[in-house]
Design a protein around this ligand. Structure first.
Ligand code: ATP
Length: 300
């Protein structure tokens, strides 16, 4: 059974179209990322899946039930964890108090001290929420999302505002939850986060999905053009090379090819025969960010 199933989902706010004809599935245990520019419709989709927002059209199932069905909504809310973009928690409660209160809403919560340790707030366990820094509050948000021990976790931009070490800690936590079988649906604006965490990704632009797949294959990344760069060895000019170059920039020559093995073979053989090195040699496919920008910037 899919943890999430979305078919031809649409949402309008008055005349404004926020989501149009969106379909995707998320399998149990999968980490699925929704990417897209500001206003593309990510939060709207997530909130419909959580049952916090009504839809205008389409079929949706979250953990096998319609999230808009009032009869199963209470059941569903005890099985999902939600980390919204901004969470309003009582500023005068301590971290432990807020988590303990929330744990009480769920049938089999995680132990509160375990959650505090998982999100790296042990030293702040007794601090009032209002005294936490922005990044520490974000950690608490994540703690509130996982304290109910959810089967399915929604993370809306979970690492926005975190310092680099906090981001890495969050990634570790998400990986740990996924390895324990938790399904994760996350939105993010960070491509490295998608590459580090997501099994699959869908890119939204202007209310619709414009591409989906694994981060490595999105938009044909795995079969596209490869760029080879290196600095010319001393005394060698570009015309001495055994393969044609595209150009030179920042002291590096650039070669582009869709079939990199024969080109690398010719280059390395040529260099080894002459006892030369190719300083700074790198071989790079199109980055996820390149693909993302093309998908979301090009006029359709
Ligand atoms: P971001 O990356 O900025 O979080 P998003 O992809 O999550 O953006 P949404 O918040 O889903 O985007 O918004 C999609 C569109 O719907 C936007 O144009 C937004 O202005 C509009 N919208 C969202 N909520 C409402 C609302 N309650 N009433 C009217 N329009 C809304």
């Amino acid at each position: 059974m899919a943890a999430i199933s979305v078919r031809n989902l649409a949402k309008n706010y008055g005349d404004k179209r926020a989501v149009a004809d969106v379909s995707f599935d998320v399998s149990q245990g999968e980490v699925f990322a929704l990417l897209g520019p500001n206003g593309a419709g990510k939060t709207t989709i997530i909130e419909i899946l959580e049952g916090f927002r009504d839809r205008s059209a389409g079929e949706v199932e979250t953990l096998g039930v319609d999230p808009a069905n009032r009869q199963t909504q209470r059941w569903l809310r005890t099985r999902i964890g939600v980390v919204l973009q901004e969470l309003a928690v009582e500023p005068f409660y301590s971290v432990r108090q807020v988590l303990t209160r929330n744990a009480g809403f769920f049938p089999s919560p995680r132990p509160v001290d375990e959650v505090i340790a998982l999100v790296g707030l042990t030293e702040k366990a007794d601090a009032r929420v209002r005294t936490l820094s922005g990044g520490q509050q974000r950690r608490l948000d994540v703690g509130l999302g996982i304290v109910g021990n959810p089967e399915l976790l929604f993370l809306d931009e979970p690492t926005t505002g975190l310092d680099p070490s906090g981001r890495r800690d969050s990634w570790e936590l998400i990986r740990k939850l996924a390895s324990e079988g938790t399904t994760v649906l996350l939105t993010t604006h960070y491509m490295d986060e998608v590459e580090a965490l997501a099994d699959r990704v869908a890119v939204l632009n202007d209310s619709q999905i414009v591409a989906s797949g694994t981060p490595a294959s999105l938009g044909g990344r795995d079969s596209g053009v490869v760029t080879i760069r290196f600095a010319l060895p001393q005394g060698i000019s570009a015309s001495d090379l055994p393969v044609p170059i595209l150009g030179e920039s920042d002291g590096l020559v650039e070669i582009q090819t869709e079939d990199e093995l024969p080109v690398l073979h010719a280059l390395s053989g040529w260099a080894l025969d002459r006892n030369l090195r190719l300083p700074g040699l790198s071989v790079a496919r199109v980055t996820l960010e390149d693909v993302y920008l093309k998908l979301t910037r090009d006029p359709r």
